[in-house]
Design a protein around this ligand. Structure first.
Ligand SMILES: Cc1cc2nc3c(=O)[nH]c(=O)nc-3n(C[C@H](O)[C@H](O)[C@H](O)COP(=O)(O)O)c2cc1C
Length: 411
């Protein structure tokens, strides 16, 4: 058995080493995952306007490089809420990752730690928050309230006891965004792992035997173990049940934030901020950091691109809080653009999920290594020796969102 496990690990490492960039990781993930899981990861809400806007925003911004400058080893280190990291890229909280690969959240946390960065564990993870916290390395815990104050209190108390160093409160998920691809694939609220659904989903699952065998051996996980202590019947919620509307907000509200500020003894991060007004409100509620995010285009379709929203938010909050960003980061150059516009660090969601699908923990490590290599190469080409030096002067102002063309005076 031990030999089989070593063989599988070696095979995964080899497969991971073949990945060249994010598109490659996405392609391999698509080959391995059944359609329903692939589209759950890749998809966005409604018309996927915001999903597309995120990608376009990064594409449209151009660098203002400084040529003829030799940079030997660019410095990528940063400090986020007092924690030093070697790569200014955190792994974002993502529910359902154990469907992608049995390593799931443990693989994400291990991959982040090996890259010298922070993992943010999701409330909707496939492992308990205690199991994820046991992985060596800095970690934050992301909070949903699952429509109930009691659930929120339970999770916060356990996250504190488990040693998470910051609490990330996601505020953009009052109800689930409607993701048509999930609906069409049968990934809907009523879905449970049972014989009827197995028959219904057979055409999606059978062509993906490698995934199916892994999933069966892992015990068909389709639940949110963190919720086991708080449901009426003592059974954990299933993944597709969690975002049902109806019984109150799924995300904490501003009232909850007052409670959280009083009861969480550590840094508080508000995730899902997309306007300067809400950023200021988060500062007022005692946040130590905000994450400019539209949930990767999975919640309110029609939200601005996070990169477009960033400069206004950075201006509004000044030095009062740290500003991070996610939604749409695919390449090292995207990270550099966000940092140039004032983000202290970024988070990536789909990118490590694709790595995880392709090769488990080794795949997560590999996509983070690819990001690092891309950042280093781009910085050397730009003539930039440290991420600490990045500011808007590294970007072509004509291409920066919110830029107003200055009037040119005649000489
Ligand atoms: C499959 C998936 C599940 C997610 N689950 C959560 C979650 O449980 N909690 C949360 O705050 N955000 C969740 N998100 C959003 C991510 O934290 C992050 O905001 C987003 O993925 C960033 O965009 P990107 O995927 O383009 O990097 C999820 C995203 C994906 C793709």
């Amino acid at each position: 058995m031990a030999e089989l496990s070593t063989f599988l690990q070696k095979a995964r490492r080899r497969r991971a080493s073949w990945l060249l960039d994010h598109a490659d990781a996405q392609r391999v993930a698509a080959r391995i995952l059944p359609r329903g899981i692939r589209e759950y990861v890749d998809g966005g809400s409604e018309g996927e306007v915001t999903l597309e806007r995120n990608a376009r925003a990064f594409r449209d911004v151009a660098f203002a490089p400084r040529m003829a400058t030799w940079v030997d080893k660019p410095d990528l280190s940063a400090t986020v809420l007092g924690t030093p990291i070697n790569l200014p890229v955190l792994t974002a909280p993502c529910g359902g990752m154990r469907l992608v690969h049995p390593d799931g959240d443990l693989g994400l946390a291990t991959g982040a730690a090996r890259a010298g960065t922070i993992h943010v564990a999701s409330s909707a993870a496939g492992y308990t928050l205690e199991d994820i916290a046991a992985v060596e390395g800095p970690q934050w815990f992301q909070l949903y309230r699952f429509s109930s104050q009691a659930t929120m209190e339970n999770l916060v108390g356990r996250a504190q006891a488990a040693g998470y160093s910051a609490l990330v409160v996601t505020v953009d998920t009052a109800v689930a965004g409607f993701r048509p691809r999930d609906y069409k694939n049968g990934f809907s609220y009523s879905m449970r792992v049972n014989a009827r659904n197995a028959v219904k989903l057979a055409p999606q699952l059978l062509p993906k035997p490698a995934w199916l065998i892994r999933y069966l051996l892992d015990g068909l996980p389709f639940e949110i173990p963190n919720t086991a202590e708080v449901t009426v019947d003592g059974k954990p919620m299933v993944l597709t049940e969690m975002t049902k509307g109806g019984a109150g907000s799924h995300s904490p509200t501003w009232t909850d934030l007052d409670w959280l500020r009083a009861h969480w003894h550590g840094p508080l991060v508000v995730k899902g901020i997309i306007t300067p007004e809400d950023a200021l409100r988060a500062v007022g509620a005692g946040a130590d950091a905000v994450i400019v995010s539209n949930h990767g285009g999975r919640q309110l379709d029609g939200s601005p691109a996070s990169l477009a929203a960033l400069p206004g938010i950075v201006d509004a909050v000044g030095d009062n809080v740290e500003v991070l960003l996610d939604s749409g980061i695919r390449r090292g150059s995207d990270v550099l653009k966000a940092l140039s516009l004032g983000a202290r660090a970024v988070l990536v969601g789909r990118l490590p999920a694709w790595g995880l699908a392709a090769a488990g923990t080794a795949g997560v490590e590999r996509v983070l290594e690819i990001l690092r290599t891309e950042m280093v190469r781009s910085m050397r080409l730009m003539g930039c020796s440290s991420v600490a030096d990045l500011d808007p002067t590294w970007l072509d102002p004509e291409t920066v969102p919110g830029h107003r063309t200055k009037e040119v005076e005649a000489p």
